[in-house]
Design a protein around this ligand. Structure first.
Ligand code: ADE
Length: 225
């Protein structure tokens, strides 16, 4: 999978060098490139934003610069993700869907966001005909300073679903029910008693069917909350 992220703060993405995502890049399972939007500006001030039409507070990111960088990165079958608190809320199902993509571009807006015509432009038929899809996505109903942290969250949730990224692929099979709104069952390890609290007896029973049933029930209890 190829991932491009476009931002005015490339340093935000340094955690992608760590852990399983870092390893997946070394092993050529993942190809991640971070692009500085300001590199595409042509004025002396490298300005990326301007005042909003219609007035109001804040600044809006200029469409021309986004057009230059996205024209450069866009290839057939690209999924363009525009991060905005007003987007469709990201969940495990969307992570599964996007993990099937060959190319993701994350457009990280700052300020009051990216000029709305950018999303409109790449949603036109000529792009759809090349398999290019545009989605406005939010990671939750709160407002962040920009899309960078949201992109990191999505990249982590999506890439761990790719074959070869997780050390133990059984972890994925065991959590498949997360998609259906079921959170995981509680987990315990040694010692058997910690600060006076024991682990549930059933987990020590060796009765795998009974353990599986208990875990399903506990997960269902969590999902009800
Ligand atoms: N930009 C600002 N807030 C955001 C959110 N909640 N999700 C995605 N992008 C954002």
């Amino acid at each position: 999978m190829k991932i491009d992220a476009v931002t005015i703060f490339p340093e935000y993405f340094s955690p992608l060098q760590l852990s399983l995502i870092g390893k997946a890049q070394e092993n050529d399972i993942l190809d991640i490139a971070i692009h500085n939007l300001r590199d595409y500006t042509e004025d002396n001030h490298h300005s990326v934003d301007d005042t909003p039409y219609g007035g109001g507070a804040g600044m809006v990111m200029k469409p021309e610069i986004w057009g230059l960088v996205l024209d450069d990165l866009m290839i057939p079958e690209t999924d363009l993700i525009i991060l905005t608190p007003a987007g469709e809320v990201f969940d495990q199902r969307m992570a599964e869907e996007l993990s099937k993509s060959s190319h993701l571009i994350f457009a990280c807006g700052r300020y009051e966001g990216i000029d709305a015509r950018v999303g409109q432009y790449y949603s036109q038929d000529e792009f759809a005909a090349q398999g290019i899809r545009v989605r406005e996505v939010s990671i939750g109903n709160y407002v962040l300073g920009g899309g960078e942290v949201a992109a990191l969250v999505m990249i982590e949730a999506i890439t761990r679903l790719l074959p070869g990224v997780l050390g133990n692929p059984d972890s994925l099979a065991e959590e498949s029910h997360v998609e259906d709104g079921f959170l995981e069952y509680p987990n315990f390890t040694k010692p058997q008693t910690w600060r006076g609290i024991g682990v549930p007896e059933i987990l020590l029973s060796g009765n795998h069917a009974a353990i599986a049933k208990w875990r399903r029930e506990e997960a269902a209890k969590k999902a009800e909350k």
